[in-house]
Design a protein around this ligand. Structure first.
Ligand SMILES: [Mg+2]
Length: 233
C-alpha cells in the first residue's frame, strides 16, 4: 500500500475513514481574487504614488521583488512588506476588504464536517494580521476546532517539516486526515509526510479560469466532496 508510486486515496473521499480535515484558507475556502488583486494591482498603484513612479514601473519592480521572496515566510509577513515597501500593508488591506469572500459551497461543507464529528483545522501560511481581518470579515472562525499559521510553526507549508511541527500542536493521524489546498507544492509536501487524502482546489479565484492539478484530484467546489444529508437523496 505504501511507496512512492502509490497514488493517494481516491476522491470523493471515504469519509468513514477520515477523522480530521486540514483546510487551507486563501484560494481554498476564500476567493483568491482578493489576494491577487491586492498584491498585483492595489499595492503597485499605492507604491507608485508613494514613490513617484509610473504604475508600470512599480508593477515590474514589485513582481521581481515578490518572486525573490516566494515560498518563504516573508512572502506572507505583512510587517516585512510594510517595512520593505514603505507602505502600511494592513491598512491597505482594510481598504479593499470588501473583496474578501467565501467560495461557494464552503459553508455547507464545513457544516457537514461538524455534524459528522470530524475535527476541522484551518492551516494557513497567512500572517496573523491577514487571518484576523479575514476571520472578522467572513465570521468563519467558529467553524474550526483550531487555527494554525505557518508563522507559529516557523516554516511554510511547502516545507515537509511543517507537518511535523503541526502535529506537535494538534493531534492528527495522517492516515485518517484529509487536506484541501489550491497550492500543489503544499499537497506534495503533505503527501511526503503521509497525509492520505489530498484534494486540490482548481477554482482558487473567481476572476480566473480554473486550473486542475495533473498530480492530485481537483475539485471546482466543495459541493463535489460534500455527502448528501442523511435522509435526502
Ligand atoms: Mg491557498
Amino acid at each position: 500500500m505504501m511507496g512512492p508510486m502509490t497514488p493517494t486515496h481516491p476522491i470523493p473521499p471515504d469519509w468513514e475513514k477520515i477523522d480530521t480535515a486540514l483546510l487551507d484558507m486563501d484560494g481554498t475556502l476564500l476567493d483568491k481574487h482578493f489576494d491577487d488583486h491586492f498584491w498585483e494591482k492595489f499595492v503597485p498603484s499605492s507604491y507608485a504614488i508613494r514613490h513617484g513612479l509610473s504604475v508600470e514601473a512599480a508593477e515590474k519592480h514589485l513582481m521581481d521583488l515578490y518572486r525573490s521572496h516566494e515560498k518563504t515566510l516573508n512572502w506572507t509577513d505583512l510587517d516585512f512588506w510594510s517595512e520593505k515597501l514603505g507602505l502600511d500593508i494592513p491598512a491597505l488591506k482594510k481598504q479593499v476588504e470588501h473583496l474578501i469572500a467565501i467560495h461557494p459551497h464552503v459553508v455547507p461543507f464545513l457544516e457537514y464536517l461538524r455534524e459528522a464529528g470530524k475535527k476541522v483545522f484551518l492551516v494557513t501560511n497567512a500572517h496573523g494580521k491577514t487571518l484576523d481581518l479575514k476571520m472578522e470579515k467572513t465570521a468563519l472562525r467558529g467553524l474550526f476546532h483550531g487555527i494554525v499559521t505557518s508563522h507559529e510553526i516557523g516554516l511554510p507549508k511547502e516545507d515537509p517539516r511543517f507537518w511535523m511541527g503541526l502535529r506537535e500542536r494538534i493531534p492528527f493521524d495522517p492516515a485518517k486526515t484529509l487536506l484541501a489546498e489550491d497550492t500543489e507544492a503544499v499537497l506534495v509536501s503533505a503527501e511526503s509526510f503521509g497525509i492520505a487524502w489530498l484534494v486540490h482546489i482548481a477554482k482558487a479565484s473567481s476572476a480566473r479560469p480554473s486550473s486542475a492539478s495533473t498530480r492530485y484530484h481537483s475539485i471546482e467546489t466543495f459541493r463535489e466532496i460534500t455527502p448528501d444529508k442523511k435522509g435526502s437523496s
